[in-house]
Design a protein around this ligand. Structure first.
Ligand code: NAD
Ligand code: GDU
Length: 328
C-alpha cells in the first residue's frame, strides 16, 4: 500500500514527502512541476502530470496499489484569486472533482486534503476553532470550502474517508534537508522579508497600516512547515483506522503582525529590513489565528518548531544558502 502525494514537489508537499519517507511509507508524487521542483524530492518516484489526467492517475493507482491520496496540488494565492476567480474554480474545484472521480472509480478510499484558514473569512471569534462559521472573503478560500463540501458527499456516496487540514500560514524551511520555500514569483510575507533583509530584493511592502489590529498591520498565525508535514503524516495514519469525514485546524495559536514579523527578521539577521508601506491587498482579513486544540487532542499533533524565531532562522538559513532557490 502506498501514498500518492499530489503537488508533492511544491513547498509543503516536499516537506511532507520527506516526513512520510522518514516514517517508512512508500511515497509516489504527482506534480506538473509548473510550480514544483524535482530537486526537492531526492529521488522519490515522481510522475510529471496533471491531477485531472484520468488515464495517468488510474495507471499510477493500479501500478503502485495506492490506498491513500494526500492532495496539495492547487493554485493558492489569495490576491491572485480575487483577480482571476474563474482560473481558481477551474484549477481547484474542477480539477479536484476530476481527481475524486478517478479515485472513486478505482476504489481509493482515503484522502487527506490541504484546506486553509481562508475558508473562515473575517473571524467573528479568535482564536478560530473548526466550529467557526465559514464565510470566505476571497475565491481561493471559497474553492477550498467547495472541495471540503465535495468530500462530505463523496463519503456519503462512495465511502471515501477524508481529513481536511485547514492550515494557517505555512513558513520556514526544513531543519536538516536542503529544502525550503521557492515560489515563483514569491508572494508570501516571511520569505519576502528575509530576502529583503539579506539584500536579495530591494524592499518589502507592508500591505495596509489601517487594520483594526494592535499596530494597524494584519495579524497571521505562522506554523513551521515541518510541523505541518508531521500533521499530514498523522492524518494518513489516522485514516488507517478512523472512518468518516473530519476537519482540523493547524496553526500555532499565536498571532504576529506584519510589523512584528519584520522586527523578528531584523533581530535574527542583525540587519535592517528595507520597508515601504502600501495599500491593503484585496481579500485579506485583518486577523487569522487558529485554535488547534482539536488536532492536538485527536491527531496527537505536537508543535515542535513553530516559535517565530525558529521559523525565521530556518528561513534565513535556507535563503542564505540558496539565494536562487532550487537553482543554486
Ligand atoms: N503556503 C501556505 O501558507 C498555505 C496555507 C494554507 C493552505 N495551503 C495549501 O497547501 C497546498 C500547498 O501549498 P504550497 O505553498 O506548498 O504550494 P506550492 O505551489 O509550492 O505547491 C503546489 C504544487 O502543486 C503542483 N500543482 C498545482 N496544480 C497542479 C495540477 N493541476 N496537477 C499537478 N500538480 C499541480 C505545483 O506544481 C506545485 O508543485 C495548496 O493546496 C495550498 O492551497 C498553503
Ligand atoms: O509583500 C507582502 C506580502 C504579504 N503581506 C501581508 O502579510 C500577511 C501574510 O501574507 P501571505 O501572503 O504570506 O499569506 P496569506 O495570509 O495571504 O495566505 C496564506 O495563508 C492563507 C491562510 O491563512 C492561505 O491558505 C494561503 O494559501 C497562504 O498563502 C498578509 O496580511 C499580507 O497582507 C505584506 O504585507 N506584504
Amino acid at each position: 500500500m502506498a501514498v500518492l502525494v499530489t503537488g508533492g514537489a511544491g513547498y509543503i508537499g516536499s516537506h511532507t514527502v520527506a516526513e512520510l519517507n522518514e516514517h517508512g511509507f512508500e511515497v509516489i508524487v504527482l506534480d506538473h512541476l509548473l510550480n514544483g521542483h524535482r530537486q526537492a524530492l531526492f529521488g522519490t518516484t515522481l510522475y510529471e502530470g496533471d491531477i485531472a489526467d484520468h488515464k495517468l492517475i488510474a495507471e499510477i493507482i493500479k501500478k503502485h496499489a495506492i490506498d491513500t491520496v494526500v492532495h496539495f496540488a492547487a493554485m493558492s494565492l489569495v490576491g491572485e484569486s480575487v483577480q482571476k476567480p474563474l482560473d481558481y474554480y477551474e484549477a481547484n474545484v474542477c480539477k479536484t472533482r476530476a481527481l475524486l472521480q478517478t479515485l472513486a472509480e478505482l476504489g481509493v478510499q482515503r484522502f487527506v486534503f490541504s484546506s486553509t484558514a481562508a475558508v473562515y473569512g473575517e473571524p467573528v471569534q479568535v482564536p478560530i476553532s473548526e466550529q467557526h462559521q465559514t464565510s470566505p472573503t476571497n475565491p481561493y478560500g471559497d474553492t477550498k470550502l467547495s472541495i471540503e463540501h465535495m468530500l462530505r458527499w463523496c463519503y456519503n456516496a462512495y465511502g471515501m474517508h477524508s481529513i481536511s487540514l485547514r492550515y494557517f500560514n505555512a513558513a520556514g524551511a526544513h531543519l536538516t534537508l536542503p529544502i525550503g520555500e521557492d515560489h515563483r514569483p514569491e508572494t508570501h510575507l516571511i520569505p519576502l522579508v528575509v530576502q529583503a533583509a539579506l539584500g536579495q530584493r530591494e524592499h518589502v511592502t507592508v500591505f495596509g497600516e489601517d487594520y483594526e489590529t494592535r499596530d494597524g498591520t494584519c495579524v497571521r498565525d505562522y506554523v513551521h512547515v515541518m510541523d505541518l508535514a508531521s500533521a499530514h503524516r498523522l492524518a494518513v495514519e489516522r485514516l488507517r483506522h478512523q472512518q468518516g469525514v473530519d476537519v482540523f485546524n493547524l496553526g500555532n495559536g499565536k498571532g504576529f503582525s506584519v510589523k512584528e514579523v519584520i522586527d523578528v527578521v531584523s533581530r535574527v539577521t542583525g540587519r535592517t529590513v528595507p520597508t515601504i508601506y502600501g495599500a491593503r491587498r484585496a481579500g485579506d482579513p485583518a486577523v487569522l489565528v487558529a485554535s488547534s486544540a482539536k488536532a492536538k487532542e485527536q491527531l496527537n499533533w505536537v508543535l515542535r518548531h513553530s516559535d517565530l524565531e525558529t521559523i525565521v532562522s530556518s528561513a534565513v538559513n535556507w535563503h542564505s544558502r540558496h539565494p536562487g532557490g532550487f537553482n543554486e
